[in-house]
Write a protein that binds this ligand. Structure first.
Ligand code: PLP
Length: 449
């Protein structure tokens, strides 16, 4: 038999020589060569195991290598790997029908893409066609994807490099970041409560030119920000008053992540267009979706849909989506996320008692953020916004120490992101809390309060 010469070392050498990694200076990288994964764990070629408290890119909701999901992909591969988007196909039709049933309100028809960015691009273009207007209001603390339009909607600093030539018509509004109100107001304030802030912006922008407002109902990448109660409803009301479409980007927060099927379920607010990806099929095959209201579905019956992709509704991706949603129902995944999330939240609250650097804990389900500060009174962040290099080191050391102890974590500047797979078990939550208890000592060293 042929021996496999691809040792961990060989993988890493070829990777460093030939692979361009996302959002990185290539020479600064030292990627772990991963050999495999199972459930909430992955391991390298030397057998070191890591508890994946990040679910990779917060997409691996069912964990690594869920056997039924792997089997569904294998079955579809044996049946039909690919058929063009112009044909009706079983997995594509079944996934769309299932989404119509699971998504809130009257959301009905879906367009399937290869990921979140492409779904957002299509949502914006469709909103412009449906309304005949061109402006889109998006927020600063947001990430909507890396294609031109999605990057223009994105507020986080990764947008800056793409600004020349970006999509015109994006207007920015502030975020409901009550812990650090962008206008410096105490809580509750007119910015963080949404509606009044949006309406003020509309007054100056001319509401008749605004096609859509796009928000992540719970902000993911940019700091795990939960809106105050009433926020989403007030956006809904203002949008309705001016004939503006409301788009929820639930690429990260959707499909059980927050302990509900969709984050917007917590506040019982339905968008006109729901954008999803990631947890839709746990990322086993690239997939995103744009699901539109009954009214827009009707509109599409006699108007052109100006969008298409070679891989729109790819059968392998759709089959994995169908299987993923079925597994979520059969294995009570949403309930598991809710219950394990309560354990995680309670454990984090205990850590806050002995670690002064914990400024705020935000979370529901398995979508938690820990805001690290050097002073609880002033809320001075442990590292500043957009910190890089030495300025980011105080958080970098925490993450590195966790990895050395077998816990894979990431952060958005000073906010630790705790987003494990939704199949995680209590013992694994407890293990992560033990490691956090140790490594937060490194953050406490900087405490000045
Ligand atoms: N929208 C949100 C809220 C996201 O978190 C992401 C990815 O992290 C995207 C959109 C972009 O998705 P993709 O990377 O699949 O294009």
């Amino acid at each position: 038999t042929e021996t496999d010469t691809w040792t961990g070392q060989r993988v890493k050498e070829a990777d460093r020589e030939y692979v361009i990694h996302s959002w990185s200076v290539q020479g600064a990288l030292d990627p772990v060569p991963v050999a495999g994964g199972s459930g909430s764990w992955f391991w390298d070629h030397d057998g070191n195991r890591y508890l994946d408290f990040q679910s990779q890119l917060v997409n691996l909701n069912l964990g690594h290598q869920h056997p039924k999901l792997v089997e569904a992909i294998r079955d579809q591969a044996a049946r039909l790997c690919y058929i063009g988007p112009g044909f009706a196909e079983r997995s594509r039709a079944e996934l769309a029908e299932t989404l119509a049933a699971l998504t809130p309100g009257d959301l009905k028809m879906s367009f399937f893409t290869t990921g979140g960015a492409a779904a957002n691009e299509n949502a914006i273009r469709l909103a412009r066609h449906v309304t005949g207007r061109h402006k889109v209001i998006a927020r600063y603390r947001s990430y909507h994807g890396a294609t031109n339009g999605a990057m223009s909607l994105t507020g986080d600093p990764r947008r800056w490099a793409s600004e020349p030539g970006g999509m015109p018509g994006v207007v920015r509004m502030f975020d409901p970041y009550t812990y650090r109100c962008p206008a410096g107001h105490p809580d509750p304030c007119p910015v963080c409560s949404g509606g009044p802030h949006l309406e003020e912006i509309l007054r100056y922008e001319n509401p008749d030119t605004v096609a859509a407002v796009i928000v992540e109902p719970v902000t993911g990448t940019n700091g795990l920000i939960y809106p105050p109660d009433g926020y989403l409803r007030s956006l809904r009301e203002v949008c309705d008053r001016y004939g503006i479409l409301l788009i929820f980007d639930e690429v990260m927060a959707g499909f059980g992540r927050t302990g509900a099927w969709f984050a917007c379920n917590h506040w019982d607010v339905t968008p006109d267009i729901l954008v999803t990806a990631k947890g839709l099929n746990s990322g086993y095959v690239p997939l995103g979706a744009m699901t539109v209201s009954a009214r827009i579905s009707e509109w599409l019956r006699d108007h052109m849909f100006w969008g298409g992709l070679t891989y729109a509704g790819h059968p392998l991706a759709c089959a994995s989506g169908v299987a993923s949603l079925r597994i979520m129902q059969e294995e009570n995944i949403v309930e598991n996320a809710r219950l394990r999330g309560e354990r995680l939240g309670a454990g984090l609250a205990r850590l806050a008692e002995s670690h002064p650097s914990v400024g705020e804990i935000r979370g529901r389900g398995l979508f938690h953020g820990v805001e690290l500060v050097t002073d609880r009174e002033t809320r001075e962040p442990l590292v500043p916004f957009n910190a890089k290099g030495a300025a980011a080191a105080p958080v970098g050391r925490v993450l590195k120490a966790a990895m050395a102890r077998g816990l894979y974590l990431t952060a958005n500047f000073n906010v630790l992101r705790l987003t494990p797979p939704l199949v995680i078990e209590d013992s694994e939550i407890d293990l992560a809390l033990d490691v956090l208890d140790d490594v937060l000592d490194l953050a406490d060293e900087h405490y000045a309060g």
